[in-house]
Design a protein around this ligand. Structure first.
Ligand code: RI2
Length: 311
């Protein structure tokens, strides 16, 4: 029954019913917690094995957002080196780890909002892309401080998460404009700052975010518009320090167009792109604001345990 629940959550993540790098990480943690609560394992080793299998199912749901494996590993790491025969302790440790991941994650988004708002000035026009809770928190927090700001949001084809963003911002009373993705360069000179989220940040400071982000960064760079990324530290990818390449998810062509109407034509639907560190001014994390070049320090601090002896 409870592995079914894990599979259900994984399916919701795959289909993007649950989406957003932070949200999928929190849902994975919640799902593992439920799994632990329902688990009937009476022996520690078996319990850890089952939890790892459940974690693997969740991790396999989407490949790019590193927040997903980071959430699962956060929980597993806390029980792996414990006394294996004390099953109740293991169970409680796993549940507490899931709770603390979720709690820390929500607090991190809030803190990012407060830190990021300091970098937003009265009168700024801010561009954002897709639908990032962390980026939106920066904008809402600046607005909450009484700064007179405006937002321009690109729609983020093919899933149009930009529409979620504009509705959310407008419901706060923030003056908001929706544009098509291809309008970015035409209007970038009206923008003071770009704020986007991240699905994954590599050791070299490159940011992997919704497809279209890197084009916005290129336009911003050309027009000398500041480019900020808002991301919790669990979106930094530990293994990129060891040279691991981040897999870019390719989603169903049907999200772009009906393939039956385009016979003999390949429809290619990469969901994310890579913005090199050179195009990023700042990364706003809950631990502080850093230049992209300092990504490696966050990785060392936050994930030293994960890569341990390997570096
Ligand atoms: P938060 C989303 O991915 C977007 O790329 C967004 O920028 C990123 O996750 C971070 O979102 P998708 O799930 O964690 O829409 O800041 O593919 O909410």
């Amino acid at each position: 029954m409870s592995l079914e629940n894990v599979k259900e959550t994984a399916e919701k993540i795959r289909s993007m019913e649950i989406r957003g790098a932070g949200e999928i990480a929190r849902s994975a943690a919640e799902s593992l917690k439920n799994f632990v609560e329902d688990s009937t394992a009476s022996e520690g080793e078996k319990f850890i094995e089952q939890l790892k299998d459940a974690g693997d199912i969740l991790i396999s749901a989407r490949p790019t957002a590193v927040s997903l494996p980071n959430a699962v590993n956060y929980i597993l790491h806390r029980i792996e080196n414990c006394e294996l025969d004390d099953i109740e302790t293991l169970r409680n440790l796993a549940k507490n780890a899931a709770d603390s991941f979720i709690d820390n994650s929500l607090k991190a988004v809030e803190t990012i909002g407060l830190f990021g708002a300091r970098r937003i000035d009265d009168g700024d026009t801010i561009m954002t892309h897709c639908n990032s809770k962390a980026a939106i928190e920066v904008i809402k927090s600046a607005w909450g401080e009484g700064k007179d700001i405006e937002v321009i949001a690109s729609e983020a084809r093919p899933r149009y998460q930009g529409q979620i963003t504009v509705k959310e911002l407008a419901s706060e009373g923030i003056p908001t404009t929706l544009i098509v993705d291809s309008a970015v360069r035409a209007i970038i000179k009206k923008v003071d700052k770009v704020v986007v989220g991240a699905d994954c940040i590599a050791a070299n400071g490159a940011v992997i975010n919704k497809i279209g982000t890197s084009q916005i960064a290129l336009c911003a760079n050309e027009a000398r518009v500041l480019f900020f990324v808002a991301a919790e530290t669990y979106k930094f990818h530990p293994e990129t320090h060891l040279g691991e390449i981040v897999e870019i998810e390719e989603r169903d062509p049907e999200e772009v167009a009906d393939p039956s109407e385009f016979e003999g034509i390949r429809i290619w639907n990469p969901a994310f792109d890579v913005t090199p560190a050179d195009y990023i001014d700042l990364i706003i994390t809950e631990k502080g604001i850093i230049p992209p070049e300092a990504a490696i320090m966050i990785i060392k601090e936050e994930f030293g345990w994960a890569v341990g002896g390997k570096w």
